[in-house]
Design a protein around this ligand. Sequence first.
Ligand code: GRF
Length: 218
Amino acid sequence: MKVGVLISGRGSNMDALINACRNEDFPARIVCVLSNKAEAPGLQIAEQDNVPTHVVDHRQFESREDFDAQVTKILRSYEVDVVCLAGFMRILSSAFVSDWHNRLLNIHPSLLPAFKGLHVHERVLEAGVRFTGCTVHFVRPEMDEGPIIVQSAVPVMPDDTPDSLARRVLNTEHRCYPHALKLMAEGKLEIVGETVTVHGQSQLSVGAVPATINPPDK
Ligand code: GRF
């Protein structure tokens, strides 16, 4: 399965996906990385990993649709099957989301549907919840909505700051995203209504990645 990754910044989740795909047994390959920002640090990481990169500067396009069409054109030139959003900070047009329907994945640093949007860790601390986590989901036109593939819960500690919590959640994101991509590439995901059924293994062992131990089939 050929995968394209869209980033806007640091690219640590992209790096986790590239590293997972390096394993010969992993059923997917990252064939290109696109960024809307030329200065995104993740671009250098991808280049060091010999993954082709492209910058598509959104400021050069008259409309969101034009920008998205250019992104799709590049992804198609690599015969991409699945697109992973990894810290991509642009809202995508409904045309793009429908072009890639059920082939477009995102990772969000909370247990969706709680804490959609930005500044997640600040809001988690303000709310006083005891657990947070991350979610890998199929993308729908509404931000941070869509069928959930994998989630992992992370405890919130009494002395956490937004930064310490972000680090703990990010650590688990780096295991969840490759895990979700692997399930997708193995054809184990079926979307029924707007929920995902994971075939072949129990939902508990596959869809919920424990925070402190490796996913069972890693
Ligand atoms: C991650 O926390 C991800 O969940 C969110 O944006 C952040 C991207 O970080 N969507 P990175 O660029 O992958 O390091």
